[in-house]
Design a protein. Structure first.
Length: 365
C-alpha cells in the first residue's frame, strides 16, 4: 500500500463498489442469471477484502438486484427493482481518492433529481471511453458526466464526431478540450498553482522544482504549471526549465517503484529547496524518495501538493496542499446535465475556486 485510506474512506469505497456492481446490472452489462464472481481474486481486483465483498453481495441480495444459492454462488436477478432514469459516469478507478470524492458528488446530485448512476471505469483508456459512450447511449442513458483521460483530450477530432453521432448531453469533469466549446466543471488550476507557489516564495523559497507525469499538456496540470510560472514571474524570480521534471509515469501506467527511483535521481542534484508536486499521488512518491535519501521534510526540503485528498492527511508530515472542491465538482456536473436535458442549449464552463491548506510540510528558508 502506498497510503492508508482510513476507515471513513474505506467505507466510501465499499459504497462505491456496491454502486459499481449495481450499475453493471442496471445497464445490462451483467445479464439476468449471470453469476457474479465472489472469490478472493475478484475482491483483490476491486481493492477490498473478500469479507467486504460478501457483505456487499448480501446487501444487493436484500435489495433485489441479485439472488444467492447456497453452495453455488450469487446471480443477477431476472427481475430487478423498478429503476429510475439513468445517467452515466465515465471515470478512472474509484480507488483513486480524488475520483471517489467526485463520484460522491455526482451520485448525491443525481439522486436528488431522481436518477440512478451507471458507473464505467475507463482505466484512463481513450478506446474504452469512446466505446463506453456508445454502449451507454444504447442502454437508454439520458446524459453522461465524463472525466476524460489524457489520451482522449489528445483525440478531440474523434471525440467531436462521436458526440455529433450520439446526440446526448455530455459534461466534462476536471479536464477539458481547449479547442472545443463544451460544457465542463473544473478547478481554477492556474490560480491554485499560483497560490501554492506564492506561499513557498513567502516562506523564503526561490529554487522551486515542479514535478509531474509526462502528461504536462493535460489541462489540469498545465493550469497548475502556468500558475507556478506566474508566481515566479511576479516575484521576479527567474524561471528555470531545469527545475521542471515531467518524467514520472502517467496514472494509466503508474509505477510507484519506478517513480521513486526517478525522484531519487532528481534529488541528487539538490538544486532546489522545495518541490511542487502536481498531484498528491506524486507527493506520496516524493515523500518516499526523500526519506530513502535520508532527508527530512521540511527541514531539508519542503514539499507541497494539489488536491487535498486523504493522501495529504496520511502522509507524515501532513502535506501542505491546494484544496479542490471535488464533491461540488460532481454536484455541478449533474446540475448542468439537468439543464441540458430540459432543453437549455447554452454552454456552461465553470471554474471552481481553490484554497490553500497549510499543514506541516513546508519550512522557512
Amino acid at each position: 500500500m502506498i497510503y492508508n485510506l482510513g476507515m471513513e474512506n474505506y467505507g466510501n469505497l465499499r459504497i462505491h463498489i456496491k454502486e459499481r456492481i449495481k450499475s453493471e446490472i442496471l445497464s445490462g452489462v451483467r445479464k439476468p442469471y449471470e453469476k457474479i464472481p465472489s472469490g478472493k481474486d475478484y475482491a483483490r481486483e476491486l481493492g477490498i477484502s473478500r469479507l467486504t465483498l460478501e457483505y456487499i453481495l448480501e446487501e444487493l441480495a436484500k435489495e433485489g438486484y441479485v439472488f444467492r444459492i447456497k453452495g453455488r454462488g450469487t446471480f443477477v436477478s431476472p427481475q430487478i427493482p423498478e429503476r429510475s432514469a439513468l445517467i452515466g459516469f465515465i471515470a478512472p478507478d474509484l480507488k483513486n481518492p480524488f475520483i471517489a470524492e467526485v463520484f460522491m458528488g455526482v451520485e448525491d446530485s443525481a439522486r436528488k433529481y431522481g436518477y440512478d448512476i451507471v458507473y464505467v471505469n475507463s482505466g484512463e483508456s481513450s478506446e474504452r471511453e469512446l466505446l463506453s459512450l456508445e454502449n451507454l447511449v444504447k442502454r437508454d442513458i439520458k446524459g453522461i458526466a465524463l472525466y476524460p483521460s489524457d489520451d482522449l483530450v489528445s483525440k478531440e477530432d474523434i471525440f467531436v464526431k462521436l458526440l455529433k453521432k450520439l446526440k446526448i448531453p455530455v459534461v466534462l469533469i476536471d479536464r477539458y478540450f481547449p479547442n472545443l466549446l463544451l460544457d465542463f466543471v473544473v478547478s481554477d488550476n492556474k490560480n491554485g498553482g499560483y497560490q501554492i507557489t506564492r506561499y513557498l516564495i513567502e516562506m523564503g523559497h526561490k529554487d522551486i522544482a515542479f514535478i509531474c507525469s509526462s502528461n504536462l499538456s493535460t489541462t489540469s496540470v498545465l493550469g497548475r504549471y502556468e500558475g507556478y510560472k506566474l508566481a515566479l514571474r511576479e516575484a521576479k524570480i527567474r524561471f528555470r526549465e531545469d527545475l521542471v521534471f515531467n518524467r514520472l509515469t502517467s496514472y494509466k501506467y503508474f509505477s510507484f517503484d519506478k517513480d521513486v527511483s526517478t525522484v531519487r535521481e532528481i534529488l541528487k542534484t539538490r538544486s532546489f529547496s522545495a518541490i511542487f508536486c502536481a498531484n498528491e499521488l506524486i507527493a506520496s512518491v516524493v515523500y518516499h524518495a526523500i526519506k530513502s535519501e535520508n532527508l527530512r521534510i521540511p527541514d531539508d526540503i519542503s514539499v507541497v501538493g494539489f488536491g487535498d485528498t486523504t493522501i495529504a492527511l496520511y502522509l507524515d508530515p501532513q502535506l501542505t496542499t491546494i484544496k479542490q472542491e471535488k464533491f461540488v465538482m460532481g454536484n455541478y456536473a449533474i446540475d448542468i446535465l439537468m439543464k441540458k436535458l430540459k432543453g437549455d442549449s447554452s454552454i456552461t464552463q465553470m471554474y471552481l475556486p481553490t484554497y490553500l491548506v497549510i499543514r506541516n510540510s513546508v519550512g522557512r528558508r
